[in-house]
Design a protein around this ligand. Structure first.
Ligand code: CO8
Length: 255
């Protein structure tokens, strides 16, 4: 597929996806979703890729869904467009490898929903976060009403969802919306460093830990613990044997 909005660079097992529509602050249109679906499918079938990073070009990560494209939608079209985005963002959670959002600037509306679809978020100190849909007489449509309360708790989520207010990176860190805040010019180095750390671990362990954590959150606790035990056990014959031997022999594991 020929990408018009996304740029994909794969290096040392790390796939860097840059949303590049800076003239519209990387607003998400239908084309974006087709391209992202294509990239996710290609990464899912590429065993060499260990971690995926998503970032934005210019002063925004993503300033929301494309309002110019949404303005004339019918309710039916709106529901369909919402489903399209929900599916794309859910596919990030379903990818076996971790997906990191490197939030360089505005992460608003659909942009924050995209960031929340990633496994965790590292932000520039200049980044701003918000669900401003109510300012437009709308509500989030890419699972923001669901992921935000699950990530930060109901009160902080409803504060953001009902005021439409933009919050600063330090407040996003305080409520647990992002995991780390760094200086703007250090963002990509820091995120790549984190990605490299993850890529150096047992690849099956990384995939299993993501799967069990995500799946378990949607299951009953006891069942989730059973799932953990099964996956824990399976690692003994996979990478655990080598990892534990390497520790005892004071050497680096060879996965
Ligand atoms: N959609 C389309 N174009 C946008 C968007 C957007 N979300 N955000 C910015 N742009 C465009 C502007 O129109 C402007 O274009 P132009 O130069 O042609 O006038 C260009 O980007 C630059 O923007 P600004 O001049 O406004 O830049 P500022 O630095 O002054 O302001 C802001 C930056 C504060 C981020 C401002 O652009 C803004 O408020 N943007 C809109 C933010 C917003 O409301 N986002 C939520 C959108 S709704 C949404 O995401 C719902 C998701 C679920 C959808 C479900 C499907 C049905």
């Amino acid at each position: 597929m020929n990408y018009e909005i996304l740029k994909l660079k794969i290096e040392d097992g790390i796939a860097l996806v840059t949303i590049s529509r800076p003239e519209a602050l990387n607003a998400l249109n239908s084309r974006f979703f087709h391209e992202m679906d294509d990239i996710v499918a290609s990464i899912a079938s590429n065993e060499k890729v260990k971690v995926m990073i998503i970032t934005g070009e210019g002063k925004a990560f993503v300033a929301g869904a494309d309002i110019a494209e949404m303005v004339d939608m019918t309710p039916e079209h709106g529901t369909a467009f919402s489903k399209l985005g929900q599916n794309t963002f859910s596919s990030l959670g379903k990818l076996e490898i971790p997906v990191i959002a490197a939030i360089n600037g505005f992460a608003l509306g659909g942009g924050l929903e995209l960031a929340m679809g990633c496994d965790f978020r590292i932000a520039s100190s200049k980044a701003k976060f918000g669900q401003p849909e109510v300012n437009l007489g709308m509500i989030p449509g890419y699972a923001g009403t669901q992921r935000l309360p699950r990530l930060v708790g109901l009160a902080d989520a409803l504060y953001m969802l009902t005021t439409g207010e933009m919050i600063r990176a330090e407040d996003a860190l305080r409520i647990g919306l992002v995991q780390k805040v760094v200086e703007p010019d250090e963002l990509m180095d820091e995120v790549k460093k984190i990605a490299k750390t993850i890529a150096s671990k047992g690849p099956k362990a990384i995939k299993k830990v993501k799967y069990v954590a995500r799946k378990g959150l949607l299951s009953e606790f006891e069942k989730a613990c059973d799932l953990e035990s099964d996956y824990f056990g399976s690692q003994f014959k996979d990478e655990g044997e080598e990892g534990m031997k390497a520790f005892l022999e004071k050497r680096k594991p060879d996965w």
